[in-house]
Design a binder for this molecule. Structure first.
Ligand code: INI
Length: 156
């Protein structure tokens, strides 16, 4: 049998419009994710006028805003950024779980890629590691995932 045709997305911001929804809770972490995402957008050739950032109080509020942006038809992909730290509280499971569930549902309902750039960690140190300004910034990675998915969706 011949090799099957393979379709993949390209990680480029040229000609793309992307919206980021970012929680303010744990701002000291989320601001680094936001910086990583913005830097990745510019590195990949995106224009400042084609990137929107909407802020919400906490991770629990990310899905409803992501869904509204996705349903508007104005954005090729949405990136949701937040940070939920477990500490000792069972509240974590509700906030992190409903955030993940809501974002996935919004993506499936609208057909627009919504990337889960929400850190769900046990400790502040783990969060700092994943929000590093050098390598491995989850905000930058999420933005690149959004670009790849936007490209793939357009090619399917
Ligand atoms: N929101 C977060 O984004 N991260 C958290 O760690 C967090 N904790 O720990 O409670 C958190 N709570 C707020 C929540 O997202 C809502 O904003 C709030 O419950 C109002 O709906």
């Amino acid at each position: 049998m011949d090799n099957p045709r393979v379709i993949e997305g390209e990680v480029t911001a040229r000609g793309r419009k992307v919206a980021i929804v970012a929680a303010r809770f744990n701002e000291f972490i989320v601001s680094s994710l936001l910086k990583g995402a913005t830097a990745a957008w510019l590195e990949r050739g995106g224009g400042v006028e084609d990137l929107l950032v909407a802020r919400v109080p906490g991770a629990f509020e990310l899905p409803v805003v992501a869904r509204k942006l996705a349903a508007s038809g104005r954005w090729d992909a949405i990136v949701a950024l937040g940070c939920v730290i477990r500490g000792d509280t069972p509240h974590f499971d509700y906030v992190a779980g409903e955030c993940a569930r809501g974002l996935n549902l919004a993506s499936l309902e609208t057909g627009v890629p919504i990337v889960f750039g929400v850190l769900t960690v046990e400790t502040v140190d783990q969060a700092l590691e994943r929000a590093a300004t050098t390598a491995g910034n989850k905000g930058g990675e999420s933005l690149e995932t959004a670009l790849e998915m936007a490209s793939l969706m357009a090619r399917l």
